[in-house]
Ligand binder design. Structure first.
Ligand code: ZN
Length: 274
């Protein structure tokens, strides 16, 4: 099976890194694709933003395009804050560390080296290294020992390893208010945990989806309150989708199928007020 082959002309998750770097006005990491999301850049230009100096990336696990499509109304509140919707394909295999490594390096898995569910620290250049070279501060807030908590270690990043999603949200809100980091990445995993246990459309999993959307809205409101003297961007940026495993009836992901490979990201930008 090959990766990123034919998902209706969707751009790849590898374009997240160069899009953020372009808007921040810094060189992307070495090895990153140069393809950026044109609609995100256009929305910044339309708002007369030359560059942004703050970025929030909210990364909820396993929320695919099919979920966005089938539960469209639940996403409405969120897209008020991040109105630019970008349909994407993730990388194969659609497993958490593989996809987030591609999202934050701009590289396909064969180049960053995480080709399966493997949480070792990646050694290639990442968006975090690119920010550090530009003297910009990064924070990663993630559930302890999750992929996002593990694979970007040993860098000039402030790491916050939290017990679970609720604590990640609380810490992220604090960091937004403190306004000392140029890039804040916040990772949540409740939807992924529950889809594996109960199925991707179970009541429990859908409640987790609501929690993720609610958390993003809370973070977005904090950005709007505390980053008024910055031009900023924010992203709702999941890693892959999921499907029901007919053998067990519960959820899984890792196949080269649209349910697992297609995701939608949502971006918002704003020009400084003061
Ligand atoms: Zn995942």
């Amino acid at each position: 099976m090959t990766a990123c082959e034919d998902y209706s002309g969707r751009m790849c998750i590898t374009s997240v890194t160069p899009t953020i770097c372009t808007l921040m006005g810094i060189p992307p990491p070495g090895g990153s694709t140069s393809e950026v999301f044109p609609d995100v850049i256009k929305s910044a230009r339309a708002a007369r933003i030359e560059k942004v100096d703050r970025c929030l990336v909210y990364a909820p696990d396993a929320i695919g395009s099919r979920l966005c499509r089938d539960y469209e109304t639940r996403f409405r509140e969120m897209s008020k804050h991040a109105p630019v919707r970008v349909p994407l394909r993730t990388v194969y295999p659609p497993k958490t560390p593989v996809c987030f490594a591609s999202m934050f390096t701009g590289m396909m898995p064969k180049w960053h080296g995480i080709m399966k569910y493997d949480k070792r620290v990646i050694t290639c250049d990442t968006i975090f290294d690119a920010f550090a070279r530009a003297s910009k501060a990064c924070a990663i807030v993630a559930v302890k020992d999750s992929s996002v908590d593990r694979i970007f270690r040993d860098r000039d990043i402030d790491y916050f390893s939290e017990t679970y999603d609720r604590q990640v949200t609380a810490r992220t809100l604090e960091l937004i208010e403190e306004d000392e980091h140029d890039l804040v990445v916040a990772y949540h995993q409740q939807y992924d945990d529950l889809l594996h246990e109960t199925g991707p459309r179970s009541g429990e999993a859908l409640e987790a989806l609501e929690n993720h959307i609610g958390s993003f809205v809370e973070m977005a409101q904090a950005v709007k309150s505390y980053w008024t003297h910055h031009s900023w961007m924010m992203a709702f940026a999941p890693d892959h989708g999921a499907h029901t495993d007919p053998a067990t009836g519960t959820g899984t992901h890792g196949d080269d199928i649209a349910e697992d490979m297609e995701i939608d990201h949502f971006y918002g930008v704003a020009r400084r007020i003061y």
